[in-house]
Design a protein around this ligand. Structure first.
Ligand code: FRU
Length: 477
């Protein structure tokens, strides 16, 4: 009898089998989105790393292809990026443009010596199906730095820029051919969170909503440190970049996601100009328990791809995340609710393998209010807005299997600016809840392991009333 894989996602990429972590080499080329990923094809826990590969035409449905990059004499294949070499800057593409992958080679150190991390390149003439490693690899090494990894490369004005994680700083390098690299600058001392090693950086320019302004955004993932209860997470900086140096505009620490399960996210390269979006996705897990999550034969999934922008709120610039619009075509409207007064609880039957909903709530005089996702009879996840502490709390203690990690049941909290009016967009899949608040102002991404995705939804208020101004519930088409 075949075991039903109740945790396998419908809307999120997960490997057919075995282990996955970071998204790598996100690039759009010839009508396909490419998602390469950190992969151990021999086990469902982390081990010697390869680049797995999947392609999609719409960012939601993915087709897994053969392994793209395998370990060699320079080491195993850690995280990195991919670009289209439109102008044959490398000399690898005399006939027509193709893809170049820029990645970290990782070699364990011999006898008590530290590991060696170097940057290497590979190129493909057949849309990423097969790869040729450059015979002069590695193309970038460092004499003293041990953490020297996760190159993200983009074309800027007249040259390539590499953004690299170098301990608890980010280093910038430049090149005209992706082969010879020159050091430009280093950023990070005294800036942002230093709770763990810095990993998987990305740098890009974003439009500020409803204005002609643009801002540079630097993403930096921070590795798990047992001293802190939240595990691995991602911070960002808003600032400027002049082709050589990044300068941040703020002193505070900014988190990209208030949930536990969005790490190592980076953005797609070479999205066509007519499209113009900056599309990002993250690894939907946390190093604290990623190797222990209760899936069988495979581990980990990616977030739904998100479109990034910047919004100016009370004078400060905030990164906004919206789920890509391609998701909408997977759903149809089940229920539309208008102007409903709630003074206890209102339940909507939503028996679905996955679902999407948007609720606009106005607080009248409730102490607490929110949404409960009843996954199954015994399993539920609750999102509560606490008007006294002015916070939003996602509680997954009763969401299903939580036994694999002590930290999994801890509350996930967003400190809100105001709680009178709130908009919640929630996508529930077999083993995840993705919450976007106020049209992308806050994201909270959270794994859950219930028996079933969804049975019903309740909107509740405690010690007072709340108004559901508008509610739309979507189910699979
Ligand atoms: C981030 C990371 C990267 C590294 C990769 C190894 O999750 O630690 O820094 O390249 O995973 O799998």
């Amino acid at each position: 009898l075949q075991k039903i894989d109740k945790y396998r996602p419908n809307l999120h990429f997960a490997p057919k089998e075995n282990w996955m972590n970071d998204p790598n080499g996100l690039v759009y080329f010839k009508g396909e989105y490419h998602l390469f990923f950190q992969h151990n094809p021999n086990d469902s826990v982390w081990g010697p790393m390869y680049w797995g590969h999947a392609v999609s035409k719409d960012l939601i449905t993915w087709k897994e292809l053969d392994i793209a990059l395998s370990p060699d004499e320079n080491g195993t294949i850690f995280s990195g990026s991919a670009v289209v070499d439109w102008d044959n800057t490398t000399g690898f593409f005399p006939e027509e443009p193709g893809l170049v992958a820029i990645f970290t080679h990782h070699k364990d150190g011999a006898e008590g010596k530290p590991p060696v991390q170097t940057q290497s390149i590979a190129y493909s003439h057949d849309q990423g199906r097969t790869w040729i490693k450059y015979d002069g690899n590695p193309v970038l090494r460092h004499e003293t730095k041990v953490d020297f990894r996760d190159p993200k490369v983009f074309w800027h004005e007249d040259k390539w820029i590499m953004v690299l994680a170098t301990g608890q700083t980010i280093s910038f390098y430049s090149s005209f051919n992706l082969i010879d690299w020159q050091f430009e600058s280093e950023f990070g001392e005294g800036a942002g969170s230093h709770d763990g090693v810095w990993e998987c950086p990305d740098l890009f320019k974003l439009k500020v909503e409803n204005s002609g302004e643009e801002k540079w955004v630097l993403l930096v993932s921070i590795g798990d440190n047992p001293q802190f209860e939240v595990g691995s997470r991602t911070q960002y900086f808003i600032g400027s970049f002049n082709g050589s140096t990044f300068v941040t505009e703020h002193n505070d620490i900014r988190w990209l996601d208030f949930g536990r399960d969005n790490y190592a996210g980076v953005s797609f390269s070479d999205i066509p100009r007519e499209d113009g979006r900056r599309i990002y996705l993250g690894w939907m897990s946390n190093w604290r328990y990623a190797n222990q999550v209760p899936t069988h034969g495979w581990r980990s999934q990616m977030t739904i791809p998100r479109e990034l922008s910047v919004r100016k709120i009370n004078g400060s610039y905030i990164v906004i995340q919206r789920l890509v619009k391609e998701l909408d075509s997977y759903f149809s409207l089940q229920e539309k609710l208008d102007d409903i007064h709630i003074n206890d609880v209102e339940t909507i039957k939503v028996d679905a393998r996955y679902m999407d909903m948007v609720f606009e709530l106005e607080n009248m005089n409730a102490k607490k209010y929110g949404i409960t996702i009843h996954h199954s009879e015994n399993h539920s996840t609750t999102i509560t807005i606490d008007t006294i502490s002015n916070s939003l709390i996602l509680d997954r203690e009763k969401s299903g299997d939580i036994s694999f990690s002590e930290m999994f049941s801890n509350e996930q909290v967003i400190n809100l600016k105001s709680n009178d009016n709130i908009q919640l967009r929630i996508v529930v899949d077999s083993s995840s809840v993705e919450l976007l608040v106020n049209d992308g102002e806050y994201a909270l991404t959270s794994l859950v392991y219930p028996d079933k995705a969804c049975d019903s939804i309740s909107i509740f208020s405690l010690e007072g009333d709340v108004k559901l101004k508008e509610g739309n519930v979507y189910v699979p088409k």
